[in-house]
Design a protein around this ligand. Structure first.
Ligand code: 5GP
Length: 190
């Protein structure tokens, strides 16, 4: 997606050879126009997949997921990372090892919002080693619902996540695919 690649080149900051900071438009400040374009692109790629629900993880997945949900006309659930006092329903839970925090945490959703008939699209901001996406897929499987695909805003293709998810049979659609962050420079897979 050209507009996203340009934004990454212009405003992304390479923190190391495997971490990209995009606080200017996705992870802290959010660019609504770009998010709308991202939502349209996900919707175009998955429009024939019969999606009934989108699931993401707080906080950075929410903006692109909501925009995709708006375009596809479906509800969006975000998994909570922290125990919430108001999340008192029966929960589906999964453990996720965080690439950026290097700690394991539990993510959870209420079982009220996802059902066995649902065809679910997973959306997240980044794909590194695939653990967040796998955790979200786990929640969907606990509900006996179907994982229709995984939509990623920024994939770091030099890490293991994409192959892991493809080997498990998931469809992966990434809007920007980064080949390398070496020498403080972002290069894309064309
Ligand atoms: P994975 O679970 O695929 O290893 O990592 C994906 C998760 O880690 C995403 O939800 C994202 O929040 C975070 N993440 C992974 N790599 C990066 C990165 O380069 N920059 C930022 N800002 N977050 C990342």
């Amino acid at each position: 997606m050209h507009a996203l690649e340009q934004k990454i080149l212009n405003e992304g900051i390479v923190l190391s050879n495997n971490v990209l900071k995009v606080d200017a438009f996705l992870n802290h400040q959010i660019d609504p126009v770009l998010m709308q374009q991202i939502g349209k692109e996900f919707a175009a790629r998955f429009k024939d997949a019969g999606i009934t629900k989108i699931i993401t993880i707080e906080a950075s997945g929410i903006a692109p997921a909501v925009m995709a949900g708006l375009e596809l006309g479906v509800q969006v659930i975000f998994a909570r990372k922290y125990q919430s006092l108001t999340l008192k329903d029966d929960l589906y839970r999964a453990k996720v090892y965080s690439f950026t925090k290097q700690t394991e945490s539990t993510i959870a959703i209420s079982n009220k919002h996802i059902h066995a008939t649902d065809k679910v699209l997973v959306i997240d901001d980044f794909l590194a080693n695939g653990q967040a996406a796998l955790g979200l897929a786990d929640l969907i499987h606990q509900a006996n619902a179907e994982v229709v695909g995984i939509g990623i805003v920024i994939e770091k293709s030099f890490q293991t996540g994409r192959d892991l998810l493809l080997n498990k049979g998931y469809r992966v659609e990434s809007l920007a695919r980064i080949a390398s962050l070496d020498n403080e420079k972002v290069t894309f897979i064309k």
